[in-house]
Design a protein around this ligand. Structure first.
Ligand code: GLU
Length: 427
């Protein structure tokens, strides 16, 4: 009976990514023997808001309506935290799934937050800067009572950046009547943004590469790395990997994929993208079919673009012995066992890309205290948190004889479940 009701409830959030997140959660919850009362609460978000709003195009006579979302998965752990995504196909179910992943991510690295996520269904590449500003200000105005520095703190995600965060901070502060830097993270440093936030996800991810390489017996110096996605995560992951001495043999974005056997000059590629917005036309290697990127002969692959790209078919073709997930939800549940059977060490999203939200946490703490840390302090503390979480997850995996995704989720879900059981049910 209880399950029939739940099936109806979960239809509200129906989407490929949500079904993927719930099916992985169910598998791990069962493995842990999680209390079904707690499991039922954790399968669905606690709060969700959907808005529609108009924005004026640069051609002043044109007005378009768009959909916006903000979902808060769990309010048990403290304020909720998570990015805002601008994408042409984003929907309530996708945002709900990503909010759930944020809950596990924060719990795995021990941050005092529940998970949240927001989205606006719009193509950011088709917006001028002024249009993007109007969309952002109106979206924040629509959800203004839902967020707050002690309630729910947004951050960048796909299609948004430090400038969008600056407009969010300004819009919120204008309404409240004074500056509230702690309302959002990933801001420019001039507004109370943290040093090293922009690079944090990529750097945090690559700080796990030597640990994973050690487990697989791969030599870091000269290890061949392929990165899918050249946004905020992919480009800094590629840069950090090359700084470590790895050879970045493949990179891609939504316009093209580039291969260079002797190594792509990542700084050159970054400078090119800074100028031209996309990788297309970059001369630092041969153009290959995007579908062939993960088939390249290499040691480490880093999917850092969108969800659902590592399907069973793709998994079969992978030659790398390590995969470190930069994107949220890049691997479909059916691909996971294939990778495990092939002996690919998969460092899951909820652990691998937690560096972003970790430095967001540092930024929030600095804003609340009006006391700012040096870049060296931030990078050192980030590495310490990431390495500790990796070691803990690895020891759970060894003890439980599971893969790292199961072990990481066991750690995250356990922490949230313990907090829920300790707080009890109100009233
Ligand atoms: N959007 C990022 C993520 O998926 C960062 C969230 C944050 O910094 O709050 O982890």
């Amino acid at each position: 009976m209880k399950h029939e009701i739940l099936d109806v409830v979960t239809r509200e959030w129906d989407s490929a990514l949500y079904n993927q997140a719930v099916s992985t959660f169910n598998r791990v919850a069962e493995h842990m023997g999680l209390d079904e009362n707690v499991a039922e609460r954790l399968r669905v978000p606690q709060r969700a808001m959907m808005v529609t709003f108009p924005y004026r195009l640069d051609d002043y006579s044109e007005v378009e309506s768009v959909f916006g979302y903000r979902v808060q998965h769990v309010l048990t752990m403290g304020p909720t935290k998570g990015g805002i995504r601008y994408a042409p196909d984003v929907n309530l179910g996708e945002v709900a799934a990503l909010a759930m992943l944020m809950t596990w991510k924060c719990a795995i690295v021990g941050l005092p937050f529940g998970g949240a996520k927001g989205g606006v269904r719009i193509d950011p590449f088709n917006l001028s800067r002024t249009e993007k500003q109007r969309v952002t200000r109106r979206y924040i105005t629509e959800i203004i009572n839902f967020i707050g520095p002690n309630k729910d703190i947004p951050a960048p995600d796909m299609g948004t950046d430090a400038q969008v965060m600056a407009w969010i901070m300004d819009t919120y502060s204008q309404q409240i009547g004074h500056s509230v830097p702690a309302i959002v993270t990933g801001k420019p440093p001039a507004l109370g943004g943290s040093e090293a936030r922009r690079e944090a996800t990529g750097r945090g991810l690559v700080s796990l590469l030597p640990l994973a390489a050690h487990h697989r017996g791969v030599k870091v110096e000269g290890a061949r790395v392929v990165v899918q996605g050249f946004g905020n995560v992919g480009r800094y992951a590629a840069l950090a990997a090359s700084e470590l001495g790895c050879t970045v043999v493949g990179v891609s974005d939504h316009t093209c994929a580039i291969y260079n056997r002797s190594g792509i000059d990542v700084a050159d590629a970054m400078a090119y993208v800074e100028k031209n917005r996309v990788l297309e036309g970059f001369q630092g290697g041969d153009v290959i079919d995007g579908d062939d990127l993960f088939k390249l002969d290499c040691d480490v692959i880093i999917p850092a673009a969108i969800g659902g790209v590592i399907t069973p078919e793709v998994a079969e073709e992978i030659t790398a012995s390590i995969m470190i997930e930069g994107a949220n939800g890049p691997t479909t549940p059916l691909a996971d066992p294939i990778l495990n059977d092939k002996g690919v060490l998969v460092v899951p999203d909820v652990l691998a890309n937690a560096g972003g939200v970790t430095v967001s946490y540092f930024e929030w703490v600095q804003d609340l205290q009006n006391y700012f840390w040096s870049e060296t302090e931030i990078v050192g503390r980030l590495r310490e948190i990431m390495n500790k979480a990796f070691d803990e997850v690895m020891s759970i995996a060894t003890r439980e004889k599971t893969d790292l995704r199961t072990a990481a989720l066991m750690k995250g879900i356990r922490r949230v479940a313990d907090a829920k059981l300790a707080r009890g049910v109100f009233p």
